[in-house]
Design a protein. Sequence first.
Length: 379
Amino acid sequence: MTAKQNKVVVRGLEGIVAAETSISYVDGVNGNLYYQGYNIHDFAEKTTFAEVVQLLWTGELPNKNTTINFQSEIVSDMRLPGQVVEMLRLTPPSSHPMAVLRTAISMLSAIDPDANNISLKSNQRKAKRLLAQIPTIIADLHRIRNNAPLISPDPNFNISTNFLYMLRGTPPTKLEQKAMDRLMILHADHGLNASTFTARVITSTLGDMHSAICGAIGALKGPLHGGANQRVMEMLLDIGNLKAVKEYVAGMLENKQRIMGFGHRVYRVEDPRAKHLRVFSEKLCEGTDQQHFFEISHRIENIVKKEKGIFPNVDFYSATVQHALGIPPEYFTTIFAASRAAGWIAHIMEQYADNRLIRPTSKYLGKLGRKFTPFKNRE
Ligand SMILES: CC(C)(COP(=O)(O)OP(=O)(O)OC[C@H]1O[C@@H](n2cnc3c(N)ncnc32)[C@H](O)[C@@H]1OP(=O)(O)O)[C@@H](O)C(=O)NCCC(=O)NCCS
C-alpha cells in the first residue's frame, strides 16, 4: 500500500514564497538588489557598513550622530570574553574556520546574560554584540594559528577597518579600507537565501538568536552557498597562469563540473554585486604580484559567459578581492558570515515580530501498512 497524495514537490523550493519581508529585494530579471528600497549601486561610493547595518535593522538611513554612536558601540563590543579566546586556542589547526566560528558562537551563547531571553530589548543587545564579536573571532583565530599576538580593536577605526587591522596587525591602506567596507556592504543581505531561510526557520520555533546564527553559519558553509568563494580561489591557484585558463575551463565543462562563483538561483543576468567587486579586484591586483589572478578571473568569466551563458555571482570576484587584502582562502566564507550577520539579524528580528512556526510538509514515497515481525522471529 502507498500513501495517496496529490502533492506537487518543488525541488529546491524554487519560486516558492515562504515569507514576507521588507528588508531586501532581489530583482533577478533586471539584476538589481535593493536594501530597504535603496538600490545597492547607491552605496557604491560614500556609504559605510555601519550605515547599511542600521538601515537593514531599522528601515531608515541613519544620520551622522546616530552612525558615530552606533559604530563606537559596536567597536567597544568587539573584544571577546577570555573563555572564547581559550576555546579558539584549543581548536585543532586542521578544523575549518567556519566550523570554529559556529562553535565560538555557541560558546558565546553559554556566557551571554541575554542568551535565552528573546524579548526585543534583549535581542537588540545580542544583535550588537554578535555583529561586533564575529569579526574578532575570525581575526583572533587567524593570529592564534600564526602564533601572532592578538590585537585589540582601535576606537578610531570603523568595523571593517578594525577587522583587517586585528587580522593583519597593521592598519590597512585607504584603498584596502574602502574595498573591505564595500565587500561587507555587498554581502550584508540577499533576500531569502539558504542561510537566511535557515535562520528564520530556527527563529520560528522561538529559538534564540545565537542558535539561529549557528544554523545560518552551517548553511552558509556549503560550497553551493557561501563556501563557493574559497573554491574560486583554489581554482585560480590551481590554474596558476593565464595560458592555462582555456584548457582548464574546457576540461571542467566537458566533465560537467560546476564552475564555482558562477550561476544563481534568482539572477538571470549579472549579479549586481559582481560588478562592484570586479572593479575592486582590478584596482587591488593592478601592478602587484596578484595581477595574474584578476586576469585569469576575467578570462574565465568571458569563457563561461560564452560557453554556458551564465554570469559571475558575488563569490567570484570576492575571492580575488579577499586574497589581495591578505585574507587566506579558508577564511573567505567567514568574512561572508561576518557581513551577512547583519542581514541574518534583521531577518531574525522580522520573524520574531510576526511569527508563525515554519513547518512545511513532504510527499511521502515510502510504504504503508507493512506487517511487523517481532525481533525473535527475524532471520
Ligand atoms: C548557485 C547554484 C547552486 C544555483 O543552482 P540552481 O538554481 O539549482 O541551478 P541548477 O543547479 O538547476 O542549474 C541550472 C543549469 O545551469 C548549470 N549551472 C548552474 N551553475 C553552474 C556552474 N556554476 N557551472 C556550470 N554549470 C552551471 C547546471 O549544470 C544546469 O545545467 P543543465 O540544465 O544543463 O543541467 C548553481 O548555479 C551553482 O552550483 N553555482 C556554483 C556554486 C556557487 O557559485 N554558489 C554561490 C551562489 S551565490
